[in-house]
Write a protein that binds this ligand. Structure first.
Ligand SMILES: Cc1cc2nc3c(=O)[nH]c(=O)nc-3n(C[C@H](O)[C@H](O)[C@H](O)COP(=O)(O)OP(=O)(O)OC[C@H]3O[C@@H](n4cnc5c(N)ncnc54)[C@H](O)[C@@H]3O)c2cc1C
Length: 431
């Protein structure tokens, strides 16, 4: 048994961690398990999706081999513990890239499938699951099953975004994307007010592959923000050197608090305003800015932190976003990094996929006494607006909210592997 935390560091309960390292032995390993367990990638989910306190965690980090690559078609077969950054750094110089990467590329292929992750280019390429051509899943009884869009499509749709609850993904075949090199033509614009954010989103989605906004959640009714957009650029004479820092210690209390919020947001705005206008950037600092500060999650002190990420339909998006920001401001809590982005009109790849057409808002909150009442208020707004919350970021959503907002749940239940169970599945599905 050893303590395991997820990215939010809200708990560090002991787990019986079993390291999977040989893909041909996974079936035997699962079949001899003494109780239900759950797959664990790099633990970059914020809440309890990949936790199973006092129970089994099948760690996939040792399943890190690339199996085959067809340079003519861009099909890559790899084990599920391969980290997206490793694929990107290997494949980009060869003219191929992973079509969808989240805001950190330090996640595994299995984790990216099981949360059906999205990136800043959702409006162009959709979610990770749309680019999976086949996967091999090992069920808790030791059965090894192949599925894909054309082979056992129901099980495949349950596994995409299925939170690890249909079995352990051992390997996957991904369709990489040709052409996009590591350099981006990027532009930062300021906006004042949500109307302006939506109009910038509308006018950018056609010609810009990546769009994302930072908003100052302390800025009052006329929300100020920075709209960042980028598209592939030729290398030019760009040069980039990776710079890494590490949060050196865990402070005794959260450094994010009522006193620091306003000055930090003002500083972030002032520093980034200087970058207004077009520039050529390497994709890593643009797409994954937080990857350069290792263990930045320790900033929130020993009690950890929550992320609250919602999506609401476009028709209700403006009012819902305004109401949520209002509620947050009134609570005195808030986020250093509040992210706002529109999702494109794409049908969901998985039965439990989070993205839906609309607007997504993501904010981090220190773990404080104000959180339960504030989140209950935000839940009401999200539910009344026809939206939902993202399980990858969640540690406390009430089961009733999950059931009401994920209509694919009944169909999903038919494919659930009863030998797979996490703290999240018990909280949201009862087992
Ligand atoms: C800084 C930061 C930024 C982020 N930005 C985004 C973003 O922009 N968009 C986005 O969509 N997400 C984002 N995320 C969330 C992250 O992409 C997801 O939580 C992702 O699933 C984490 O992958 P992981 O390998 O760490 O998996 P874990 O967190 O370890 O596990 C996640 C889920 O996948 C399951 N799982 C893992 N491996 C397997 C396997 N082999 N077989 C079956 N199930 C498996 C687990 O059981 C669990 O349910 C961000 C996270 C961080 C920390």
């Amino acid at each position: 048994m050893r303590p395991v935390s997820s990215w939010g560091r809200l708990s560090a309960d002991p787990h019986h961690v079993i390291e999977l390292a040989d893909r041909d032995r996974v079936a035997a390993e699962l079949a001899r398990a003494s109780g239900p367990g759950i797959a664990h990638g790099l633990g970059k989910s914020y809440g309890d999706a990949s936790l199973n306190p006092r129970g089994i965690l099948w760690s996939t980090r040792g399943l890190d081999r690339l199996i085959a690559f067809d340079a003519a078609t861009g099909r890559l077969t790899c084990e599920a513990g391969v980290v997206l950054r490793d694929i990107q750094r290997l494949m980009m110089p060869r003219g191929w890239s992973v079509p969808v990467t989240p805001g950190t590329q330090l996640v595994t292929v299995g984790g990216a499938i099981a949360n059906d992750v999205h990136g800043k280019n959702h409006h162009i390429v959709g979610t990770f699951g749309e680019h999976v051509r086949r996967l091999r899943l090992v069920r808790s009884d030791g059965e090894s099953v192949e599925c894909g869009p054309d082979r056992r499509p129901d099980l495949f749709a349950a596994t995409i975004g299925g939170l690890g609850l249909t079995g352990v993904i051992v390997e996957a075949e991904l369709q990489l994307r040709q052409g996009a090199g590591p350099w981006l033509e990027a532009e930062t614009l300021t906006f004042g007010g949500l109307d302006e954010f939506f109009s910038l989103s509308d006018s950018s989605e056609g010609g810009w592959e990546h769009t994302v906004s930072w908003i100052d959640c302390t800025s009052g009714a006329a929300v100020r923000g920075l709209f960042m957009r980028a598209r592939p650029a030729p290398a030019g004479n760009g040069r980039w050197r990776e710079r890494r820092q590490r949060m050196p210690f865990t402070p005794p209390v959260s450094l994010v608090n009522g006193l620091s919020l306003r000055p930090f947001n003002a500083l972030y705005y002032a520093v980034n305003r200087r970058r207004i206008g077009p520039r050529t950037v390497h994709c890593e600092p643009f797409l994954y800015p937080l990857d350069s500060i290792l263990e930045w999650n320790r900033l929130y002190g020993p009690s950890g932190f929550f992320q609250y990420q919602s999506v609401v339909p476009r028709s209700t998006g403006l009012a819902a976003t305004r109401d949520m920001l209002d509620a947050i401001r009134r609570s005195g809590e808030g986020s250093f990094l509040a992210v706002l982005k529109t999702f494109g009109q794409r049908p969901p790849a998985g039965l439990l996929s989070f993205p839906q057409p609309g607007v997504t808002l993501a904010l981090d909150f220190r773990n404080s006494r104000a959180v339960p009442a504030l989140f209950a208020r935000l839940d009401d707004i999200v539910r009344a607006s026809g939206g939902r919350l993202y399980p990858a970021k969640d540690a406390r959503m009430p089961r009733a909210l999950y059931e009401a907002t994920y209509p694919g749940l009944a169909a999903f239940a038919r494919h659930r592997d009863s030998g797979m169970s996490s703290a999240m599945s018990r909280r949201l599905m009862g087992s």
